[in-house]
Design a protein around this ligand. Structure first.
Ligand code: NAD
Length: 477
């Protein structure tokens, strides 16, 4: 039985209710979570406020950094345990679950080092004045986290907030809580004071909503769907609470005829099948210059057919989707594609060992997807790649920008001038040239434009969002 973690103690929900924890690999329940409520959120916010005022804000930035570093090392000692929890809870193949745990280590290492490097500025002003700025923490920050990369998103969001001097109340997804509860326990073991990191589990419309509405929350970091992002924004607006929104994407991979296809193809595949396509920055559209369209589709098709899907413990190319409703969502997209006459090029294979009760989907490559079709416009959040062709640079830019999203884009060409022209014109928060995702890039600011959200997490940039700037003007004559 999993409990909330508030003020360094494992506590049950005051609701007395629980939720089952399902293993996506076989669809069976293997544990229980607390179904939290507004009273639990209130207890966590009070604990956090007390910690902030009595302990955390009195600590030096260097002391905070040391504590974050200790936590990074503690997590490093527990990567196998955390990866196993994530594998069971989220259906992540072993390699992916381990990669997420190692990324969590890296986030805390990075923000440990960043903690005492954040500072304000002095500003030249009129004679007789000295003017400077302080970067101050918001205080108690709320973190609403999705199920697709719980450890990575906790690392970038909570790591950055703590480094900047805040304390945190975290609401993980109801589908992915186990690793984060364990990390909060590890934080207590290395000396984080009670109330610095609090975890309250439960449904979004109950616990998440209560967190976003709580007057004691000074900043909200939300990572999740555009639909819920809108709700968070509306709720936060009522009390003018600052928000960072990390939302969805429909990211294009743009392949010109001069691209190194040998280098591109494995990256294109990984960008859509990693985590079974349940990645905000998944490269879910491939835009291909007409003269190599058939050639690339043939090679991509062969690669798709070689992909194997199965239980997380088998550590194949692709694991299950998170839950049955997600599986149904992917099926709905594929059935729409079939009705619209969109040709399927290739599919991977779900292995015989995969239980019928698990949530599997074979990776699927579709071609000639019209730019206006929902497959080219909406997040599938499954291993489905939509291919289309373009004539020239102008058409490539138009297609790349023809969605409501703007999270990440990949550009594949050897032409240096074109690399820069394209990178300038594509509307997205990150652009990768002849690579995609840069292997995670803890150091690289991340976030979207348009309906992909606003604000930046990851990298040093995140610390600006987790602080507020105070200008001090001293008149001394
Ligand atoms: P979701 O929006 O359904 O849920 C995200 C979180 O919000 C969960 O913890 C959920 O319980 C909570 N929530 C749900 N309803 C709420 C409400 N009314 N009030 C407050 N909280 C509420 O998203 P999901 O299905 O968990 O995750 C997938 C989505 O997340 C995709 O759209 C994906 O692109 C996005 N995502 C974005 C990034 C990024 O960095 N841009 C990263 C990962 C995932």
């Amino acid at each position: 039985m999993q409990l909330h973690y508030i003020a360094n103690e494992s506590v049950p929900s005051s609701s007395g209710r629980t939720l089952p924890v399902l293993d996506p690999s076989d669809g069976q329940a293997f544990d229980e979570l607390q179904r939290g409520n507004a009273a639990d959120i209130d207890a966590a916010v009070r604990a956090a406020r007390d910690c902030f005022e009595t302990v955390w804000q009195k600590q030096s930035a260097a002391e905070r950094g040391r504590l974050l570093y200790k936590l990074s090392q503690k997590i490093a000692e527990h990567t196998d345990e955390l990866a196993l929890l994530e594998q069971r809870d989220c259906g992540k193949p072993v390699k992916q679950a381990r990669a997420d745990a190692l990324a969590l280590v890296r986030y805390f290492e990075f923000y440990a080092g960043a903690s005492d490097k954040l500072h304000g500025e002095t500003i030249p002003y009129q004679d007789g004045y000295s003017v400077f700025t302080w970067r101050e923490p918001h205080g108690v920050t709320g973190h609403i986290i999705p199920w697709n990369y719980p450890m990575q998103i906790f690392g970038r969001s909570v790591g950055g907030a703590l480094a900047a001097g805040n304390v945190c109340v975290v609401k993980p997804s109801e589908d992915a809580c186990l690793s984060l509860i364990r990390v909060a326990q590890l934080a207590a073991e290395v000396g984080f004071p009670p109330g610095a990191i609090n975890i309250v589990t439960g449904f979004g419309h109950e616990v998440g909503d209560a967190l976003a509405r709580h007057p004691g929350i000074d900043h909200i970091s939300f990572t999740g769907s555009p639909k819920v992002g809108t709700l968070i924004q509306q709720v936060a607006a009522e009390r003018h609470c600052p928000v960072t929104l990390e939302l969805g994407g429909k990211s294009p991979q743009i392949i010109f005829a001069d691209a190194d296809l040998g280098a591109a193809i494995p990256v294109l595949i990984n960008a859509i099948v990693q985590n079974a396509g349940q990645t905000c920055s998944a490269g879910s559209r491939v835009l291909v210059e007409r003269e190599i369209y058939e050639l690339l589709l043939e090679r991509l098709g062969q690669a798709f057919e070689a992909l194997r899907v199965g239980p997380a413990a088998m550590d194949l190319d692709v694991g299950p989707l998170i839950r049955q409703t997600q599986q149904q969502r992917v099926w709905d997209f594929l059935s729409d594609a079939q009705h619209a006459g969109i040709p399927m090029v290739a599919q991977g294979v779900v292995v015989d060992e995969a239980p019928q009760t698990g949530f599997y989907q074979a990776p699927t490559l579709l071609r000639d997807v019209p730019v206006t079709h929902r497959l080219a416009q909406e997040e599938v959040f499954g291993p489905v790649l939509a291919a289309m062709s373009f004539r020239d640079e102008d058409e490539a830019v138009a297609q790349a920008n023809a969605t409501q999203f703007g999270l990440v884009a990949g550009i594949w060409t050897k032409d240096g001038a074109r690399q820069f022209r394209m990178a300038r014109q594509v509307k997205s928060g990150q652009v990768f040239v002849n690579n995609y995702g840069a292997g995670g890039g803890v150091e690289l600011p991340f976030g979207g434009v348009k309906s992909s959200g606003y604000g930046r997490e990851k990298g040093f940039e995140a610390l600006y969002g987790f602080t507020t700037l105070k200008t001090v003007a001293v008149r001394h004559g």
